[in-house]
Structures are given as structure tokens and as C-alpha cells.
Design a protein around this ligand. Structure first.
Ligand SMILES: N=C(N)NCCCC(=O)O
Ligand SMILES: [Zn+2]
Ligand SMILES: [Zn+2]
Length: 313
């Protein structure tokens, strides 16, 4: 290929509301020879326990990402200049067979030679994504933003659901159990045992209340200390945000983070050895004025920026 596109379409020449939506108006993966980072959608929500609809997350986040601009002042980086970043479209998974969908996604993710920032989809998808990452890097540190633990065992006997990916991942030995953190946990549980089992799996918790009391800087310090320079995977369930900041999601819980807090904690990870990330649980049917999909698009943009900061000088 000769003249390959790079970076977003220029919004001062082609209105940002025109044309097909790729993430941040970036080139499609099939338009470039190689991408350092690929944004990929996983329109799968057959693992949800309550409100369905995250299958429409990828397209909503792409639409909401039209307003993103190429320079990220929060991290002082122009991610699309440093790296070739492309939109790989969606991975099509069987909505009627969760086990098959998980396998399809694992194989598809493993086949990329780009780092992936994945847009879900429900949280079930984190398991196959982590498997693919661990196949390349070995067990990874996990920074998990969520209202929910997602370390429950089974629902209706099902092992693969959006409430269980991280228990499966620990069982499979694909996580580095010295460096597992949940941030933003809150809301009612089934019992105290949920917390005990979560702790036994190796997780440390910074609750939504901890974030409020400690403040962003102290939270970042604690997380950085735990993560060190291990290969790191970041999984962001958008319901970590308060329903005021993310109404469009399947299992909303009151008392969550603001989008500002979430973005600032993410920016605190600058320089970490990030190897992959996802943003999940955007369910646009419950959204208003794109509040949730805009938040998710900014989260994905900061995740790409973190990869850009790390990959090249
Ligand atoms: N991963 C998300 N968003 N939710 C998990 C909720 C599981 C439950 O209903 O108990
Ligand atoms: Zn959640
Ligand atoms: Zn979750």
C-alpha cells in the first residue's frame, strides 16, 4: 500500500458529523498495512443478568467519538501521531451460545498483531480478551473499574456471564494474583461472603467511598505501587460511573465515580506497562443525550493515549 491514511479525518475540512463512524474518525484497519493499536467492537450481550442492550455499545461509542480531537492535553500526547491507530470493526459472536462466543472472541483477539482497545459488549468478554493477552504476555496485572466485583461463581449454573469473568480468569491462572485491583465497588451484594471470596482470589478493593475519601492522587499512588511495571490490563465497566454520569448501562448502582474522577485515575497510569484494555457495558437504549457513550469514548481515547505514551519515546 502506498499513501496510507493515518490519524483522524480532518474535522476542519470534512464535518465531523459526516460519513461512516469509525472510532475518532480514524482509518479502518483494512485501509492500513499495520496498526500499533486497534479499536475493536464486540457487540455481545448474552451474558447479562439484568438489562440487555450492550450489544449496541460499539456503534454508540463510535458515534459519540466523532468529537474527539487529536491532541490529548490530559496526558500531553497526540496518540494518533505516535502510533498508527485503526478501527478494526466488530468481532461477530454467536448471541445464542455464550461458550462459542467466548471461543470466537478469544481466537479473534489472539489473531491481531496490534494492541487492542475493545469496546463491549457486556463484561463476559473480558475473559476471552484476557486469555488472548495472557497467551502473549503471561499472567497480567488487572486494574478493574466497576461497581461490581464480577468474581461471582455462576448464575443459573452458567460459568460465563458478565458477573463471573474475573473468577474464571483467576482459576485459569491468567492473572497475576499479586496485582489485582477493583476500583469503584459499591452497592448491595448477595452476602459478606462475596467479599471474602473476592479477597481469597487475590483482589484488593478501592471502593467508590474510598475514592471519595482518599482522593485521586492517593488512589493512583496505591494502584501504581501494586501494579509496578508488570504487564497491565485495564478493564473499565462503564457502570463504575454514577448513573448520573452513565445512565446507559445494564446494572446501574447509585453512588458512583464521576467521569472526571475516572479519567484522572486512568491518566495516573501514564508510564505503566499497559498491554490491553476494554470499555464495556454501554447500553445505549437506556442512555440520554449520549452521556454514557461520550464518557466511554473519552475513556477509550485515554486508554489509547496511555498505550501511545508507553509504546514510543
Ligand atoms: N458486570 C456487570 N456490569 N454487572 C454484573 C452484575 C451481576 C449481578 O447481577 O449480580
Ligand atoms: Zn458492573
Ligand atoms: Zn462488570
Amino acid at each position: 500500500m502506498t499513501q496510507q491514511p493515518r490519524g483522524p479525518v480532518d474535522s476542519s475540512r470534512t464535518p465531523r458529523f459526516a460519513g461512516f463512524a469509525t472510532f475518532a474518525r480514524l482509518p479502518r484497519l483494512d485501509e492500513v498495512e499495520h496498526a500499533d493499536v486497534a479499536l475493536v467492537g464486540v457487540p455481545f450481550d448474552s451474558g447479562v443478568s439484568y438489562r440487555p442492550g450492550a450489544r449496541f455499545g460499539p456503534s454508540a461509542v463510535r458515534e459519540a467519538s466523532r468529537l474527539l480531537r487529536p491532541y490529548n492535553p490530559g496526558l500531553d500526547v497526540s496518540p494518533f501521531e505516535r502510533l498508527q491507530v485503526a478501527d478494526a470493526g466488530d468481532i461477530a459472536c454467536n448471541p445464542f451460545n455464550i461458550g462459542e462466543a467466548v471461543e470466537t472472541l478469544q481466537d479473534a483477539a489472539a489473531a491481531f498483531d496490534s494492541r487492542l482497545v475493545t469496546i463491549g459488549g457486556d463484561h463476559t468478554i473480558a475473559l476471552p480478551l484476557l486469555r488472548a493477552v495472557a497467551a502473549k504476555h503471561g499472567p497480567v496485572a488487572l486494574l478493574h473499574f466497576d461497581a461490581h466485583l464480577d468474581t461471582w461463581d455462576t448464575y443459573f449454573g452458567a460459568e460465563y456471564t458478565h458477573g463471573t469473568p474475573f473468577r474464571r480468569a483467576v482459576e485459569e491462572g491468567i492473572l497475576d494474583t499479586e496485582a489485582l485491583s477493583h476500583v469503584g465497588i459499591r452497592g448491595p451484594l448477595y452476602g459478606r461472603r462475596d467479599l471474602e471470596e473476592d479477597r481469597r482470589l487475590g483482589f484488593g478493593i478501592l471502593t467508590s467511598r474510598d475514592v471519595m475519601r482518599m482522593g485521586v492522587d492517593e488512589v493512583v499512588d496505591a494502584l501504581r505501587q501494586r501494579i509496578g511495571d508488570r504487564p497491565l490490563y485495564i478493564s473499565v465497566d462503564i457502570d463504575v460511573l454514577d448513573p448520573a454520569h452513565a445512565p446507559g448501562t445494564g446494572t446501574p448502582e447509585a453512588g458512583g465515580l464521576t467521569s472526571r474522577e475516572l479519567l484522572e485515575i486512568l491518566r495516573g497510569m501514564a508510564g505503566a506497562n499497559l498491554v490491553g484494555a476494554d470499555v464495556v457495558e454501554v447500553a445505549p437504549a437506556y442512555d440520554h443525550a449520549e452521556i454514557t457513550s461520550i464518557a466511554a469514548s473519552h475513556v477509550a481515547y485515554d486508554l489509547v493515549s496511555l498505550l501511545a505514551l508507553k509504546e514510543k519515546p
